[in-house]
Ligand binder design. Structure first.
Ligand code: TYD
Length: 204
């Protein structure tokens, strides 16, 4: 049980939480490696730049193929190697993001998502996933405060977050042995404590 992913809408606080978990592993003398999707390897980071540099890739299959190419390189050449070397690997996003963004939001067929996933990573999947969940109005509030416009998804209307959020909740309910819903509306330290509690129960 060593591959742990973090999922959630933009502004849910997952980057902060993943950093805090990394520190927790380090303090407890565990080898830990932090990565992200799309990205991680040199090739996958180039694909990430390409995807995010576009105002919008309209066709979800095209976008999914790009993300999948990055994912294959990431899994084959980084994640699996680190796991073999005894690291806990923490990834900011993974395949569940594809189900939400390319599937639920852009309408890519679930069978296409699954078929290509099986082709590129087979049965490989995270041991544990934390879904940091926050309500749509809280996302809007945080968006106004932070005013981050890093990529196209950061400027989407409320409806977008509604679709992504309900998509994530559906994934969590369908995979309740792997995906844990964390209330991201709580204080940073409380969210961290809840994550560590689950890690202790499931992994350490
Ligand atoms: P990023 O700026 O890293 O967003 P965040 O900080 O919220 O993770 O950009 C990554 C974007 O890529 C994010 O908006 C979601 C999108 N994405 C997909 O559309 N499909 C995927 O499979 C993955 C991994 C990410």
């Amino acid at each position: 049980m060593k591959f742990i992913t973090f999922e959630g809408c933009d502004f849910c606080g997952k980057s902060t939480q993943i950093q805090l978990l990394k520190e927790h592993f380090k303090i407890n003398n565990h080898k830990v490696f932090l990565t992200r999707e799309p990205g991680g390897t040199e090739l996958a980071e180039k694909i990430r730049e390409l995807i995010l540099s576009f105002k919008e890739i309209k066709d979800p299959l095209t976008e999914y193929l790009l993300v999948s190419a990055a994912r294959k390189d990431h899994v084959d050449n980084l994640i699996k190697k680190k796991l073999q070397q005894g690291y806990y690997v923490l990834s900011d996003r993974f395949y569940d993001s594809s189900i939400c963004y390319q599937g639920y939001y852009k309408g890519l067929d679930a069978n296409i998502l699954k078929t290509i996933k099986e082709l590129i990573i087979g049965a490989f999947e995270p041991d544990l996933t934390f879904l940091i969940d926050i309500p749509e109005d809280e996302i809007e509030k945080r968006m106004c405060t932070k005013r981050v416009n890093n990529n196209i998804y950061d400027t989407k209307p409320k409806d977008f977050y509604k679709i992504i959020r309900s998509g994530y909740l559906k994934i969590a309910h369908e995979n309740n042995d792997r995906v844990f819903i964390i209330d991201g509306n709580k204080k940073i330290a409380d969210v961290n404590a809840q994550i560590i509690k689950i890690i202790k129960e499931k992994i350490l």
